[in-house]
Design a binder for this molecule. Structure first.
Ligand SMILES: Cc1cc2ncn([C@H]3O[C@H](COP(=O)(O)O)[C@@H](O)[C@H]3O)c2cc1C
Ligand SMILES: O=C(O)c1cccnc1
Length: 360
């Protein structure tokens, strides 16, 4: 299989010396050391990644990738797949949650259709990069061909390049829309971690218990088929095969975007369950991506904590959100801005004439 060439580009690492300097500055600011908790950690992490004494969050780019899923026909979502198409109109008209959120936080929003079943021209404000009219049903055959998977990765990577060129993006958020994509995400995580469906699947858009059981069966059937075809679980844990056989076009585009962010030194804020699955896939495809990721929030989708455990680290927010679209990541942005403002603008003990030593 021919993997896209850009995938081989190297990924820079954080510079400990900048993180150490940032830590030293935090300890000189007019507050008890450590008293701003994770706000301090965020600023220190960003300073190390951005190799600067003055970490920044802006410009923030949000790019939402949309795609349809063959397995949606099997009743794995509480909603009909036509909602993916209807939501494309809604994104185009500025009515979706992520549209309001991106406006509210002053972030640029782009919506890229990498594979919906939309007939004819896509809605006005949506960028048309359709690779296929949805994935094939992964319960019966690979969701994507090698070429389609590679093209979806590349579409995500190009979205990052485009954003950097347009606005000098420093923080990137990938969102998604695709009815049934929590099923695809669960299958990707099951394949990569060699886990069975129970514990990975959850209500998604709002299934009841019998819906969740149907979904778990779909994921287990899917994993069994591909493990069989490849001759074992280890072969399906190989990230290229996992990503193309049981993933989604939008999930692959997110994966490509994350890898590209890491290659280009752009900080990633992860969203929820689908974003987490794409992040895990990115790290498995190109180790080193994880260093560029900040976990935005803990999704209420029950399997999300397994992704968090596999990635390592602790999400910033516990907000009981389970929407996707990039919404959890967007919600974390104001806190990250606050962290940088404190780091960059607070007075030190020396500047303010405040006595730094404790009383012993
Ligand atoms: C109106 C609406 C807007 C959404 N925006 C994001 N999602 C979220 O729900 C879908 C995944 O859940 P499942 O796997 O259960 O289908 C994805 O489209 C995800 O982005 C939405 C879902 C709905 C119904
Ligand atoms: O956590 C998410 O991203 C999520 C959960 C349920 C449905 N859609 C998205």
């Amino acid at each position: 299989m021919n993997q896209p060439e850009w995938l081989d580009e190297s990924i820079p690492e954080a510079h400990p010396q900048y993180a150490e300097q940032a830590q030293a500055r935090q300890d000189q600011l007019t507050k008890p050391p450590g008293s701003l908790g994770r706000l301090e950690e965020i600023a220190i992490q960003l300073a190390g990644l951005q190799q600067t004494a003055h970490p920044v969050v802006d410009p923030v780019q949000i790019t939402l990738f949309a795609g349809d899923h063959g397995i949606a026909k099997d009743g794995v979502s509480a909603f009909d797949p036509v909602v993916t198409l209807q939501m494309m109109e809604n994104f185009s008209n500025g009515g979706a949650a992520i549209c309001v959120m991106s406006e509210e936080i002053g972030a640029e929003l782009e919506v890229v259709d990498v594979g919906t079943r939309w007939q004819g021209a896509v809605p006005r404000a949506v960028r048309d990069e359709r690779i296929a009219p949805g994935t094939a049903n992964m319960r019966r055959q690979p969701a994507m061909t090698d070429e389609q998977f590679g093209a979806a990765l590349t579409s995500g990577a190009r979205a990052v390049d485009r954003a950097i060129e347009k606005n000098g993006t420093r923080v990137f958020i990938a969102g998604e829309m695709g009815i049934a994509n929590t099923t695809a995400a669960a299958a990707v995580v099951g394949a990569l971690l060699n886990k069975a469906a129970p514990g990975l699947v959850g209500p998604g858009t709002g299934h009841d218990a019998s819906g969740v059981r149907r979904k778990a069966q779909a994921v287990d059937d899917t994993l069994a088929l591909h493990r069989d075809q490849l001759g074992g679980a280890a072969a399906l844990a190989a990230p290229w095969e996992a990503g193309r056989r049981v993933g989604g076009l939008e999930l692959a585009a997110m994966t490509g975007a994350y890898i590209r962010c890491a290659q280009r030194g752009v900080v990633i804020v992860l969203d929820g369950f689908i974003s987490g699955a794409a992040a895990l896939l990115a790290e498995r495809l190109r180790p080193g991506c994880r260093g560029w990721m900040i976990l935005g929030h803990n999704s209420a989708e029950p399997g999300h904590h397994r992704i968090v455990a596999a990635l390592g680290g602790r999400p910033l927010l516990e907000f009981n959100m389970r929407l996707g679209e990039g919404s959890g990541a967007a919600t974390a942005v104001p806190l990250m801005r606050m962290a940088c403002a404190i780091h960059n603008r607070m007075a030190t003990f020396a500047e303010a004439g405040v006595t730094p030593e404790g009383q012993g």
